[in-house]
Design a protein around this ligand. Sequence first.
Ligand code: KG4
Ligand code: ZN
Length: 359
Amino acid sequence: STGRIILGIETSCDETSAAVVRDGREVLSNVIHSQIDLHQRYGGVVPELASRRHITTIIPAIDLALEQAGVTRDDIDAIAVTEGPGLAGSLLVGVNVAKTLALTWGLPLVPVNHLEGHIYANWLSLPGEEPVPPPEFPLVCLVVSGGHTELVFMRGHGEYELLGRTIDDAAGEAFDKGARILGLGYPGGPAIQRAAEKGRLGRFTFPRAWLGDSYDFSFSGLKTALLREVEKYRRPGPRKRRQKGDQPFLTHEPPEYAPNMPVNDLAADYQDAIVDVLAEKTIRAARETGAATVLLAGGVAANTLLRRRLTGALDIPVRYPPPILCTDNAAMIAGAAYYVQRRGVKAGLDLDAHPQLPL
Ligand code: KG4
Ligand code: ZN
């Protein structure tokens, strides 16, 4: 094969993924082993279980990624891996396997920031799809995932200027906790979106934390407001009675509610409150920075309401990856690695995982 072919490895949270990407643009394969089945009953990711699952699935995922891409290890030009941010134990599995492959195959090792990966998902085209034109700089990118809510300004490749970020919960976390409060299950984003589509808007008034002129975000007040609303429908009973200091949204079992609780309407207004703030701040940032493009990235970028709110709100292109490239995957890591390597970044075999790595 021609072009620069990179094998990407991503194990930062609860997806085990390996992918092959050509020239930072063309996805040749993208194998994702989801751990949803494993964590579902806990209502969130259990770190210890996540790393144990990664260690049994990562090598088969790599084998399959090479096979599906129709390449052998002789075609690979570099090994890319997520070095952070993420769960320490999970990251270590990917970092260790990447180092071992780089050593035994004699290939350069490219460390990739997980958030950078999410952003560069916007440069990718899936197998069988027409390649998309590369996004035009300068751009504003809203990175919204289970662990992150960051508004970033980019003048060019690899230049990240942080405009704002969440001061408490991430946007995806707000979806996940909201879903847990509503008894909708995990992961919460898709569940809330589905419920909201069946619901009616405007029955509940949930707070929007504008935080003045800043580009920072806050979602914890919204979560508390939902909890307060839902408590009105909570079934009293000897075993479910609230104790002082109880945080029902942190327990594993969803609480019992009266059957007349308007779950779908609550989901609709809750989703609207999250998306409202995300969209408004992104639109304002694009105007104030004179951006040529707006990008969405991360798991919450799969949200159809968020996409709809931003599209057409500005007279510049608003772009987002296909849903499969929004949530965690290794194609975005192999894609970003092309640009990371181009600016001369490489790692030695002493590479460590960096759970708190900033962009
Ligand atoms: O990027 P990602 O897979 O993992 C992290 O890096 O955190 O994002 C996962 C997050 C979860 O919080 C999930 O609820 C949210 O993305 N998510 C969505 C949707 N699909 C996934 N949130 C809102 N609407 C969606 N359709
Ligand atoms: Zn992610």
